[in-house]
Ligand binder design. Structure first.
Ligand code: AMP
Length: 171
């Protein structure tokens, strides 16, 4: 997996001092790298019961639909506040400073459906935990949470205890 790590650009002090930003655009533009990441992530879920794949705005919108396509499922977007046009469910969650809101269409998930959540990076886990909650507010079941890369030292996995959490790369 080192060859995939080599395709991810690390940008120090972005978007603010002290943050080491993992920039996946350099991986995405590599034809072999993009394909391998989508194939490897998808392979993990081949025998998992899934009804729909959910992606989180914005970088999740690049990865999750590709995984949905590879596995043959539909795609559901979770968006920032006031972007979705129809009836919405919302969740407000804590950031380092302040709060943020994510929304999903109420009819995007039917009760009992198995939902695979896909995003690019698992950092503190706050976003992923909020989205898992959003799925459960609609009475969906979280089939798993998949990421390209996980920042182990931030212990985001602890916020996702009880769920199947899978990351291709660990830092
Ligand atoms: P978190 O809620 O802390 O797990 O992170 C939320 C989102 O912020 C992740 O899905 C990433 O898209 C992005 N993110 C957080 N930290 C980083 C980082 N160091 N490099 C790249 N993206 C990040």
């Amino acid at each position: 997996m080192q060859h995939l790590k080599d395709l991810i650009r690390e940008v120090l002090d972005f978007p603010k001092p002290g943050i080491n930003f993992y920039d996946i655009t350099t991986l995405l533009k590599d034809p072999g790298g993009f394909r391998e990441v989508i194939n490897c992530l998808s392979a993990h879920y081949r025998s998992t019961p899934i009804d729909v794949v959910l992606g989180i705005e914005a970088r999740g919108f690049i990865i999750a639909p590709a995984v949905a396509y590879a596995l043959g499922y539909g795609f559901v977007p979770v968006r920032k506040e006031k972007k979705l046009p129809a009836e919405r469910e919302r969740i407000e969650y804590a950031l380092e400073y302040g709060t943020d809101v994510l929304e999903i269409h109420r009819d995007a998930i039917s009760p009992g459906q198995n939902v695979l959540i896909i995003d690019d990076v698992l950092a503190t886990g706050g976003t992923a935990a909020a989205v898992a909650r959003l799925v459960e507010m609609l009475n969906g079941k979280v089939a798993g949470l998949g990421f390209i890369l996980e920042l182990d030292f931030l212990k985001g996995r602890e916020k996702l205890a009880g769920y199947d959490v899978h990351s291709l790369l660990h830092y």
